[in-house]
Write a protein that binds this ligand. Sequence first.
Ligand code: TYD
Length: 218
Amino acid sequence: MTQTDDSSLASRAVAPGRFITFEGIDGAGKSSVIAWFAERLRAHGLDAVSTREPGGVPFAEALRQMMLHDAMRPETETLLAFAARAEHLAQKIEPALAAGRWVLCDRFTDSTFAYQGAGRGVDWATLESLERFVHPQRQPDRTYLFDLPPEEAARRRAAVRAADRFEAQDVAFFQRVRDGYLRRRQAAPDRIRLIDAGADPEAVRRQLADDLRSLGIR
Ligand code: TYD
């Protein structure tokens, strides 16, 4: 093989994709922003795949139905969240990243710490060991935490549709969830960027666009 062949092979090597997650209490408004974010990446010629947790692949979507609608213990919720995640990672997230795609995920492991940990009272250290068990090598490259007072989030949710098991919780539950997110952020301030979700949609998008520049996207 000639020198030229070697370098053309190297230039064809796949650049790793980026794993971006979006977090926040129900009603913080992250879903519509994810669609905008994906468009923005595509406009830069990047291949972006949008997905969600719990869910993203049929097996995990089946577990999502149970988590959102069936009565169960907090321990069960925790194990279902991680079981769904293990398959989602293996079947979708890791292959996409290996192929150089950007993965935009609506919720990931920070949700389990916030909802099952801070919200339901599942022991933090147990969650940390499940996190190490299910994805020892993988963390999001960036996490956007949509932060909003729980009272305002409740007002927004009420305007939209019937509540599932989580959305039906009271303001005190969502206050704990919010505090759980902020605790996670304290441990990983470089990864988790706080987004003021109380701002108008235009201002929310501007906050993300500013941060995207630090990821090399203008
Ligand atoms: P959500 O992402 O808000 O979807 P939608 O906008 O369709 O309602 O709903 C998922 C719910 O699942 C949300 O209330 C948080 C909860 N959840 C957990 O409790 N633990 C987890 O690990 C994950 C990923 C989600």
